[in-house]
Ligand binder design. Sequence first.
Ligand code: SF4
Length: 277
Amino acid sequence: MEIILSKFSGYCYGVKKAVSVADESIDKYEDIYSLGSLIHNKRAVEKLKNKGLQVVDKLEEKNKNIIFRSHGVEKKYYDYASKHNLNVIDTTCIYVKKIHQIVEEKYREGYEIIIVGSKKHPEVIGINSWSDYKAQFVEDIADTGRLDIDDEKSYAVVFQTTFNIEKYTKIVEILKEKIKNIEIFNTICSATKKRQDFALQLAEEVDMMIVIGDTSSSNSKKLYELASEKVKSIFIEDVAELEETMFDGVQKLGVTAGASTPDFVIDEVIDYLKKID
Ligand code: SF4
């Protein structure tokens, strides 16, 4: 069986940076916390926890050294940290930070905010906090019909960084038709786009695809969604979920991994696959 690993798979720029900053901070500070999971991958987070990182789900004064995760946190945590003089190690990815800035600025200028993405995703909750939680959401094309639009108002639209590129153009087209005063910011990050483009391309060349990622990772799930539309695909968190019989009759196998999947998890899968005849 030929195994082809997608050219763009695994840690993106933002996640790589967050993990390395966290790693250094664990060495530097005796007591170090992260607010929520640093990245969306249980095994990577477990590794950091074993090294000394303490993951908390609410911020308290005792969390003197606190890491803010790569996909961003809500504004209230910056306010709390500043009020209580906490040392914030901010690993929010620059692309997510950019969205916070756009939303904060446009909201302050009086724009209504529309966020295209999954409203329960922590990144989106974080983004919404910069508009005082007043944004409207579009999770899918059908939601555009449910938006509350006032022609007298201006609207700023941002996208969750991991939003599906295939749906982007359609949604932009509908929103432009529906809203008179609109400013659209394409905030889908290039790492996501590259992973999606290459996964799609690979899915067209192979008999089967494996997508490796955590079930909490939205970009991994989107890779799976896209690959599944082209070819038989499976989604796994790690090698433990694989069985040889899954690959009966497969000549060419494509492998990709979400932006929060560590190399060691990908390597374990590849090593396993190489042993199958
Ligand atoms: S997927 Fe993009 S926005 Fe998210 S952490 Fe990676 S580089 Fe940053």
